[in-house]
Structures are given as C-alpha cells and as structure tokens.
Design a protein around this ligand. Sequence first.
Ligand code: ADP
Length: 917
Amino acid sequence: MPQPTLHLKMNSLIVVLTSILYLMFLFGIAYWAEKRSEKGKSFTRNPYVYSLSLAIYCTAWTFYGSVGRAANHGIDFLIVYIGPTLIMPLWWLITRKIIRITKTHRITSIADFISARYGKNISLGVLVTLVCLVGTMPYISIQLKAISSSFFILTGSPHSDKLFLSDVTFYIAIGLGIFTIIFGTRKLDSLERHEGLVSAIAVESLIKIIAFSAIGIFITYYLFNGFEDIFSKAYAIPSLRAKFTIPETNGYATWFWYTLAATSALLFLPRQFQVSIVENIDENHLKKALWLFPLYLLIINIFVLPIAFGGNLLFPKGNVNPDNFVLAIPMYFNANTLALITYLGGFSAATSMIIVETIALSIMVSNSILIPLFLAYPKAMRSTSSTNLSTFVNRSRRVTIIILLLLAYVYARVVAEHFSLVTIGMISFSAVTQFTPAIIGGIYWREGTKQGALLGIIVGTIVWFYTLVFPLMVEAGLYSNSILQSGLGGITWLNPYQLFGLKGMDTVAHGIFWSLFFNTFCYLIGSALSKPSTIELNQAVLFVGVVKQDNFSESASIWRGTAYMKDIKVLLNNFFTEKRTNRVLMLFAQRHGINLNEHKADPRLVAYAEKVLAGIVGSASARIMISSISVEENLSMDEVLNILRTSQALVITNKELKTKSLELERATNELKNANEILQKADTLKDDFLSTVAHEIRTPLTSIRALSEIVHDNPSMDEEEREHFLGTVIKESDRLSRLINQVLDLEKYQSGKQPVSFTPIDIQDVIKDSIEAIFQQAKEKNILITFLPNRFTPKITGDYDKLIQVIVNLLSNAIKYCANDTGHIQISIHHDDDFVYTAVQDNGAGIDRAFQRLIFDKFYQAEDQTIKKPKGSGLGLAISKKIIELHQGNIWVDSEIGKGSTFTFKIPINTHVSSEDL
Ligand code: ADP
C-alpha cells in the first residue's frame, strides 16, 4: 500500500476554473446537439443516449451518499437500485402505456398527466405541482449542497458563512440557471424535444460512471489488492462485520417499502418523467433501456462497498465524513488529478439532476398554475399590454427556473445543513409515491375519478408530511421533542414515528406505508362514491384504452358546441406564426376531409386545436382557452357514451374495411393468375392443334401418294401393288391410332374419360400386357422377364387403362432395344402406401435433359422425328394421365447407352388388401 502523505489542499482557483470549463463543455455539447438536430441529424434518436439520460436517476446521492450510507449501514444502500432493477419489465409496460397516452394527448408533465386523466382538472394540476415542489425542492438543494461541500473538501477551505455574491455555490446555481434557461425553455411545445439538453445529460451520465469507476478501481486495486482483500480486512474488524448482512429487525419489510418508493421515483419523479416520457423520441428505445439501465446501476454500484470499507479501514478514527470518502481518499494519497476527476463526476451527477428537475418543475408551475391564473385574471398577470401568451409562457418558465434555483440555494445553505443526502432523497422519493394510486389507477381503471384522486393525494401527502417531514422539523428543534416520544398533544397513537401504534419499523418505511395506505384507500373510496363528469369519463376511456385504440382518440371528439375558425386561428397565433398555424390546421383538415373555409369550425378541428395548445400550455389551460372562445353544449352521459361507442365502432369498421380490401386484392390476384394459366393453356392448345395437323399430314401424304401410284399404274405387277397397299393400310392404321390417341388424351384432359375402378392385382395386368405385346417382342427376338410376388397388395384401378400403360411402356422398350440382345425386365415391389411397377430395358437410353420432357405431348414428334419416326409421341403423355387418374406418379431413370427404367406407383387399396392377404 502506498504511504499516505499529509492532507493537501488543492488550489481553489484550479477547482473553480475546472468547474467553469466543465460547464462550458456542457454548453458546447448542448449547442452542438441542437445545431445537429436542426440539420435533421438527431443525436438523441438513439436507444443508448436514451438509456444514459435515464441514468439521471443517479444523483449526487448515488455518488457521495451511497458510500456514506454503506459505510454506516452496510449493504442496505442497494435498496434503491434493486427496486428499479427488479421492476424493469413492469416499468417497461407502464412507461410504454404512459408514453402512448402522453404522445396522443400531448402531455407536458406529470402534473399535466394526472390533471388530464381526471377531466383536465385545474385543482389536481395545482396539487400535484405543489407536492412536487415541496417534495423535490429539498432534493435539488442537497445537490447544490453536495457541489459546495465537495468544493470545500477539495480546496480545504472551511465552510464559509458568506452567502450569495461571495459564495461559489451561488455562482454555480446561477450558471446552471442560465444553462437551463437557454436549453430548456427554447422550445415550448412538448412534441419538440430538448435535444441539446438531453445530449448534455447523457454525456454527464457517462462522465459520472467513468469517474466513479476510476476512484473505485484506484481504491480497490491500487490501495488494496482487490475486492477480496478489502472485504477480508473489513470482516476482521468486528464493528464492520455487521455491515455485511441486512439488519435483522424488520429488514425485509423496510426493503419492500423502500423498493416500492424507489420504483415510483423512477417512474414519477419530475425529472424521470421528463427524460423517460416527455423527451422520449421512439417507444422502441425502451427495449434497450430495459437492460442497459440496470446494467448502468450495476456498474455504478459495484465499487460502493469497497470504497466504503476502504474508507473505514483508512480512517479508523472516524474523523472523515463517509459521504466524503470518494474525495478524501485520493486527496489523502495525494492523487490530485483523480480527486479532480471524482469531483467532476459528482458535479455531473448533481448538475444534471438540478437542470432537468428545474425544467420539469418550471413547466409544471407555468402550465398548471401560472397560465390558468393568467387566463383567469388576464389583466393582473399582464405586465405590459403587449404581452401575448407565448411570451408569458416563456417568461413564466424562466422566472420559475431562477426562483427555484434561488430557493434551492437558500434552502441548501440554511436548512439542508442539518440532514444527510440519503434522508432527504428518501423523503423526495416517498413524496412522489403519492402519485402512484392516481396514475396506476388512472391508466388501468376507468372507474377512478377526480374526487378520488384529489382525496387520495391530499390525504396521502398530509400523512407523508406528518410522518416524514414533521419529525425532521422536530429534530431540528422547531417543536418540542416530546412529540416524538409521547405523540402530538400527548396522544400516543399520534406519534409520527409510531402512527396508530405501529412499532418497530424503520421511520421512512413506516411513513411510506401509512401515507400510501391512506392514499390508496381514499382514492378507491372517493372514486366509488363519486360520479365522473362527462369529460372525465371521456378521458378515462381514452387513457385506459390507449394501447388498443391507435387512432381512436383522434376520431373521438366529444366536443360539441360552436366556435369560429377566426377565433381558433387567433388562439393558435399566440404561439405560432400565422403561416405555421395555417399549415397545422390544413394538414389536419386534409386528413379528415374538413372544409376550412366555413365560418364555424368543425368540432373535430376544435378538439384538435385544443390538443395542439395542450402540448404547449398543458391540458387544463388548453381547456380553458377553448371554452373561452366557444359556446359549448353540455352533453349528457348517454350522449358521451354514444359518441365514444360510435367512434370505436368506426375504428372497427375501418379495420373491417381494410381486411375486406385485402381480401379483394387477394381475389383479384387469384383471378389474374387463373387468367394467365388459361392463356397459357390456350397457346398450348394452339400448338397442340398444329402438331396434330402436322402428325396427320405425314401418313396422309404417303397414303395419298401410294394410292395415286396404284391408281395411275393399272399395269403394276401384283407383288408391288400388294406392297404399296400394305403400306397404305399400315399408314391408315397409324392414322386412326393417332386420332384415337388424340381423342383419348383430350378426354383425359377434360375429365370426360369414363373410368371404372375395381380392386386389381397389378400382376394380372402385367401378365395380360405381356401377352398382348409378346408377338412384337418375339419378332425382334427380345427377352421379357417378370417375377411375380404373391404378397403384392391390391390397388384400385381401371384394368383396361392400366393395360394400356404397361403395353405402351413395353412397346417403347421394344422399340428402343436392339434386336436379339434386347432384354426387358418387369419388377414390382411395395411399401406401406404404394405398389411400384418398374419396366427396365437395356436399350438406347434417354438423355437426362429429355427425361422430364418425354411425358409431354408429342415430345417425340417435336424432337426426334428424324431419328425415330416410330410413334406418335403421345404414348407417355397418355400413360401419365392415366397414372395420375389413379392418384399415382410415373417417372424414368435412364442413362444414354445403359437402358431406361420407367416406374409408376399407385396407392394401395387399404380396404381390399387387408382382406386379401
Ligand atoms: P412414342 O409414341 O414416340 O413412343 P412416347 O410418348 O411413348 O411416344 O415416348 C416419347 C419419347 O420418349 C420417345 O419418342 C422416345 O424418344 C422416348 N422413349 C420412350 N421410352 C423409351 C425407352 N424405353 N427407351 C428410350 N427412349 C424412350
């Protein structure tokens, strides 16, 4: 182990300069990404950037606080990371649904989300915004506090009491405010993403994980000899040994409630909602985040225990605050560059959280509180008469950002001094847990109502405050300490740490349990006892059914009333240029076949304008704006349900139409194919006819010529005449055979050939065929052999037609075998399904190229007339037809010079064969 040197200070100028340079670097990244996206090349349209931006979950709490917690309590720091990891599949399902809802309804924040679901209710928006403010403001301020204390550790300067202008933290808060205003309020519309901001956040996530791993590796592998070394050394010390296990008392219950709170935090903390939902570009990015984000958590947590134990081992006297181990250890060993890198990692973790959280909060404050106020009291809120809405939105967000940061700063310097990172973090987590019933109920349960949501959140928050925040105020000395012992006003069951006598739980788990219990209970009871208004019902249906409905929500407008085009345009012109307003309206009108020139606006267009506005000012404010320019009709519940049903039916009809048109297309294609086949058949028929004509002409010509000779030469001698007439007879025979075959084939083709199927033993057919052809073979002195097999099963067939096939095969074989040496062998065999008959000869053989073609009509006639004018070229074609009529198949194996084997197979007649065997 290297020897520690005296605790050195770092020049504060270096630290200040590094911080400033780092902030400039962030500006550069954000600026570069914005410029890129303007050119159409998005840096954030990427699942890795998306996953990294989710890692904003890891704040200074992770960076400094985890080590502190681990040093004091052992492995239970892991709770807040295990929860989100375990819950990832569920997170994916819920987030996907929330993203879809958010995109269809152009929702701008979590307050907007809850308010929109419950009838675009203003009170709910205000309530949620307030809870977020109260819950997360301290969280922002502890980030600032983390920045300043890390600064003090590095520079060795004592905590100064100076505030504002002589305090570094103040300038950092201002710098972050400027960054946030520049990159976070440029685009007002929720559909337009903050590319620069998200890119900077992603880069910060990368920096914090690299910095933390660097210090982890330094401690584990440089100061110690790896994990085992640290762990075994720590295990040897009794006070550290206990930290290797989960504390026995209530350990598991605590873990459960912490996990639940961490999961809600991952889903609903304003900054998480901002990056994972509002800034999400592509739903598919979730799939990568599903494993990348847990991987990030794993990597960043892997060195927490070694650093914590390492710190405990290095500073056994306990004179260094464990929250500061990551900085104090490298400083102690004079590794200043590493200390600076670590400082930057912590700086990244804190700044990214501060930036996104303030943006998310400023959007909420402006959309859910200030704009409704502006709309209600336009005169009071308007600073100059020329202020239009868009300027107001912009200004209100900027001012909110500055106020939030100043408040956070003051809070950090005045209040947060007294509490640890982890306590405040956990209180923040449990605050947003209060949204869980209203949101989860809101997206999966139609019956949830505004009253239920309001009641649940209010009661839950009160219990949260009483059990989690109030005790801290007591501990800080604001109230008598006796409350924590004997309860408020001496009533024991009102003890904030043991509400209703629930003892033995960790205080945070206790608070989460009771607040969530009352919250859920009130939400359910409130929903059950109240009736939703029409607009609530509409929103409930749209939110719960979003996954199934696709375009449903666009066609389902329950808006009824009168509004004028002119007014709608004026409203939109508040936020867009006139050209853009016209384009936005025109695109929608085109899609839905709406006439824009009419005086009165189409109801769908009014609903659409409201949605566009909602993307900028939030649903509740957009609602107020639209009602201010229109006369609205109150719809009865039945009417709303009817409209929803009709539009759902429309969607279904649309789908049906789509399937119908697909079917039609398929039918058309089939017709086209059939037509093509017909056309081909037609050409084939033409060819066939011309070939037949040609085939008939040849014998006819010779008959005619020979008859003429006989006719013109009466003096011809007897022998010669006889010879000529013999040829005439032979040619006539050939002619009639040919015509018969053509007719035959025609009948097979048209299916008109009469067949009579009976059970047949193919061997009888073979024997009869040999008999019929025997004379021919004998003339050429060709040997025919056949070995019967009495186990051959019967087939079903037409006896005469099968004779025709075998005779044809045999006569072909005879034709193509040489005189005297020719040998034809007939064999049969069978398997489970077929009887095979093979006719093998040792004749000329057939070229491989022709083997398939010879089963076509007139094949021989077309190709081999000159060489072997012995047949019609129809024999095999007819044979093939006959075999196919028997559900069989015929083929040839042959090689030039080595003879040919024609084989056909016919299915076994199962009924008959079994009896006959
Ligand atoms: P053909 O009446 O001309 O024999 P097929 O349809 O029966 O007409 O036969 C078509 C062609 O197949 C024949 O012209 C011949 O070229 C070839 N062929 C058929 N059987 C044999 C065989 N056993 N050996 C060689 N070639 C054969």
